[in-house]
Design a protein around this ligand. Structure first.
Ligand code: 2BA
Length: 110
């Protein structure tokens, strides 16, 4: 058995959960926050038999989309005044999904 930990964008989480449920796969969504952008994202935990891992990854690939986000660098007001120009927002591409596949040593439902 494997535990798939998929960090996805909030906008895609609903479609991923719907697709997992439609295939009778079990999942748990946990609200999370990315360390860099400090914006909400979703971490989806999916426990599956080994032979279903590729199916789940295909499903994540289908429903998770990369998007461009802009981050405004924070600058202290005094420095900003000294610089006499606006700091350009930084553009980053947030990936469709960041996926970890872990071996499960033991699985119990009590
Ligand atoms: P964040 O940490 O908020 O990162 C959002 C996006 O910002 C990243 O997209 C990447 O394009 C960019 N980014 C992150 N750190 C950066 C840095 N030090 N310098 C420049 N740009 C940077 P993704 O790589 O697709 O990551 C999306 C989200 O997946 C991340 O949100 C984080 O929540 C999670 N993540 C990514 N890699 C991870 C890892 N190795 N371990 C745990 N979580 C991870």
């Amino acid at each position: 058995m494997k535990l798939i930990v998929a960090i996805v964008q909030d906008a895609d989480a609903g479609a991923v959960l719907d697709a997992l449920m439609a295939q009778d796969l079990r999942a748990t969504k946990v609200s999370s926050t990315g360390g860099f952008l400090v914006r909400g994202n979703a971490t989806i935990l999916i426990g599956v038999a080994d032979d279903l891992v590729d199916r789940v990854i295909d499903l994540l690939r289908k429903h998770c989309h990369a998007r461009r986000e802009f981050v405004s660098p924070v600058m202290p007001l005094s420095e900003a005044a000294a610089a006499r120009h606006w700091v350009q927002p930084l553009e980053v591409e947030v990936g469709g999904a960041t996926v970890f596949v872990l071996d499960v040593q033991r699985f119990e439902q009590l």
